[in-house]
Structures are given as C-alpha cells and as structure tokens.
Design a protein around this ligand. Sequence first.
Ligand code: ADP
Length: 588
Amino acid sequence: MKKHKLVVRLFSLYILLTAAAILLIVVFASQAVERFYFSQKIEDMRVRSILVEQTLLQSGAAGSASLQQRSTDLGSTTYTRITIIDMAGQVLADSQEDPATMDLHNDRPEFIKAVSSGEGHDERWSYTLEQDYLYYARLSKLGTRQVVVRVSLPTLDLHTALQSIKMQISFIAVLVILLIAALNWYVSRIITRPIQVMETGARRFARGKFKSKLPESDIFELGSLARSLNHMADQIYDRIRVVTQQKNEQIAILTSMTEGVLALDANGRLLAVNRSAALMFGLKPIQAKGRPIHEIIRHVGLNDFVTAVFEHKKRQECRITVFQPEERILNVIGSRMPSKKGASGGAVIVLTDLTRIQKLEGVRREFVANVSHELKTPITAIQGYVETLQDGAMQDPKHAKRFLEIIAKHSDRLGQIVDDLLELSRIEELSMGDEDANFENIMISDLMAATIQNCQVAADLKTIKIHQEVEWDGQVLVNPKLMAHALGNLLDNAIKYSEAASQIVIRCRSEKKRGIIEIIDRGPGIEAEQLPRIFERFYRIDKGRSRDVGGTGLGLAIVKYIVRIHGGEVDVQSTPGEGSVFRITFSA
Ligand code: ADP
C-alpha cells in the first residue's frame, strides 16, 4: 500500500473537506441569489403589470387602437414589453409587435396559470422576439372586460448580472479556499512536527542509539508517548547490555575451551560451533551454521551418535576417529538440551581430543619398553656371570677376574643409562618451564673452548685432533652448564664414531644475526632415512657399535631437549662414508 506523510494526509483531508463545504455553500448561495433575484424580478413585474393595468384603466384605453398605442407608449417608457390578451388567448395589444400578426396565446404557460389562478410566470425562448424572455401574466379587468395583462423582460441582462454575481462568489470562494489551505498547512505542520521528531527519535532507537532521548512535547498525549518510548529505550538498552555481556561470556568460554562444542537444534541443524570443534572437522562456522549436521560433517560414526543422542534421553558417550582434516581420536559426549514448553529441545555435543594423550600414552609405553629392554641386557649379563661365578668359576682365578671385569663393565653401563635417564628427565622438566634455567650471557668461543677441554682426554685416547675455528665471536644467552653438556654430547659422538687419528672441526659463526656452533667429523656418516630418527630416545643406528663405544642412545635426545630449552635449533647434515655436521643455532 502506498504510504503518505501524515502532514500531506491531514492537509489533503482538510482541504478536501473545506473545498467540498465551500463548493456546497457556493452552489447553495448561487441558487439562493438566483431564486431571490428572480423572485424580486417577478415581484417587480407584478408591480409593473398592476401599474400597466391602472394606467390603462385611467386612460380609458379600452378600444383596440388606443390600447395598442398606450401599450406601446408604456412599454417604451418602462423598457418592458407589454401584451394584453383576451380570455380566448387573442392578443389585443403588444408594445413591441403588431397583434394582427401574432398567434393565439392561449397555450402560453403564464397565460394558462393567470386564467386559472390569477397570475403566472414563465421563462422561455420567445419566437416572436427571438431571445430568452421572462413572462409575468396577471388576470385583470379593463372596465368590464376580463383580460390578461402580460409583462415580459428579456432575461439576457438578468443572466449576465447573475453570472457576474456567481463569478464574484466563486472568486471569493477560491480565495477563501487558498487562505484556508495555507492555514491548514500551517496547522497540519504544527500537529505533525512533534510526531516527526518522535519518529526520527524512534529511528535512532532502532539503529541502537538508545542514549539520545526523545524530547517531551507539550502536547499531553505526545509527551506521555515520548516518556514511554524513552523508558522503553532504557529498558531495551539494559537488556541488550545484559544479553551482549552474557553472549560475550559465552563466546569467551566456548572459544577458550580446548574441547569442541557443537550445539544442534531439534532438527539436527547446527546452532553453534566453537573454534576447537571447527578445527577438529575443518568447518567454516559462518557457512556451517543452520545446516544439518550430517551435511557438514560426513562421518558415519558421528552421525549415528547424533541420532542416538536424539533417540535417548540419557547422556551418550563414544569414541570416534576422524581422518579429515587430520587424524584425530575424539571422545564424544552428547546430551539433549532441556526443551521449552511446546518446543522439542536440541542437543549439545562435546568433543575431547584424545590424540595427544593417546600418543603420549604410546610414547610412554614405548619408553618403558625401551628402558626395560636397555636395562635387561646388562642385568641379564650380570646375573649370568654372577651365577657362573657362584657355580664354581670363583675357584678359577683367571676366569673369575675376567668375569668380574665383565660384570663391572655392565654395571658401569647400567649406571651410565640410569645417569642419562635422570639427566633426561631433569632436562625434560626444565623444558616444560617448571624450573628456572639460570641463563647468562657467555662468549660463544668460551663455550667452545670449555667443550673441547671436557672431551680432550677422549680425543687424545683416539689420537683425534680437534680444530677450533672462530669465524664469528659474540655473546649468547645460555645456561653454560647445560649447553656445555649438549655440545659435549655432540663432540663426544664425533669422537666415538670417528676412526682413530682422524680430524674433527668445531666452528663458530653467525647467520642472520644468530650464533651457530658446528661440529664436523669425518666419521661413518648417517643414511638420509635415519637422520630424522637419531634424536629419538634410545634410537641407535648400529646398536652393537653404540654399545661398544659406551653409548646409551640418549645422548642426542638430551641435546634436543637442551637446545629446545634455549629456544634454539639443532640439525644434522651427513653423507654416509664422508662424515657428519651437527649444528646448534642459538636464538637471536
Ligand atoms: P649413542 O649413545 O648411541 O651415541 P646418541 O643419541 O648420541 O646415542 O646417538 C644416536 C645414534 O646416532 C648413534 O647410535 C649413532 O648411530 C648416530 N650418531 C650420532 N652421532 C654420530 C656421528 N657423529 N657420526 C655418525 N653417527 C652418529
């Protein structure tokens, strides 16, 4: 429907009513004036007819010739056409025409009325004089003779005069209408302006600007409406604030949750999804919202689970594995939301990512198995040789000495493994950030010198030469003891796995403002496929060789954790048969 402005509607209504009223007044006034004018005219003609009768009687013009003469005289002095008609309708005299040429007038309406009721009048076209005439006829007595005296006037002047009066009335009416229109417009504006102000204010409220209040009009009803709207705006503002706060709290809780949350409506359509759940299933929350869960997550296990949640009132729980966007093991708990009156409730699905826990559990199991396995070999050897000694070998001093040496070697190894394990767990704890790592600034060349000093004996035993190359020197922020331990492990490996009398280079340099220490050996090198694994705990390429050189398989794992504590990186480049380069890059 087309909408009009209130001011336009009020104005047009007023103006329409006013114009109709004035038009009615104009019509009635014109008619009244016309009626009055005619009645005045007829009254005037009646008087004229009486005067004509009187004059004719006094002059004694009863003969037709003198009657004609008198009529003509009277007619010309009074500017009136005078006709004397006998009772049969025969024209006896006429002031403007020759009666001999005139027809019988017994059919003229004014004549008939005059004969029957004493007087009559009529307005019509005169064929004799060829214009509109107003006729008045009256029954009269000229002496003893009964006649009808008829006076007639042309109506042209009459109509012209009336037309002019009507024009004046119309002109005044138009003027009045224009005046009233201006007044109407002004009044309409006065009435509608406060409403417009309120409408603008209400629009502001709709845009959420509740602080700018509506002005209170001095019109009682509008003032009261403004007060009510202002009060309503205050209440809406308060409610929106509470709802927004609640929503923000909800979003903050849902976003910070590591558990994934999916909220579904009664038809299984997604109402809300938090960031964790979106990550778990690779969803785009904005696109996913409002769509059925089975459309956005194509996982048979989860879809069956959702169906079960909707079918049962009790809380449901299961474990599923998803493969997209990455493999995850999820624990899923689902329960129905309490339904409101009449409406059936939806469901909430909470997903806990068990992947890391399961992985850690696997690592822990593997670690325990590895430790047991590592400890088992020396323990079995010790047990075996002790039993052999108990069974009589003690009596053979030559064998007994050799067996005791073997037992001592294995117990040393046991001690070495336990020491390394303790060291590893201490460093692991440090890497978790539970303990203060005691960092200090130290020159990188000093760190290198200390490392060489610690390993010099082992190198000398194999007549290995260690070359020190300082391409760049500067301070690095480290825990000196720990970093010396890590570098010691690397240099120790280089010595252990290199041939006797070979060379090792230990070099310090910088790259992209980061200090680097490289330990370069000409040992056996490492196959490319082994490289990613050598930093794992207990991983050794050649177990026998490692054991022979006194390795526990924990050395590089310890290096990895120490470097991680320092925020640095450790990596290796190696060519089998040529040697390896182990590199520690310090944090900037
Ligand atoms: P281990 O105590 O056996 O030396 P590490 O963790 O220190 O254990 O090293 C893991 C494995 O990496 C070693 O068993 C060895 O096979 C290989 N490795 C380490 N350093 C070198 C090196 N400089 N040259 C060749 N192989 C090495």
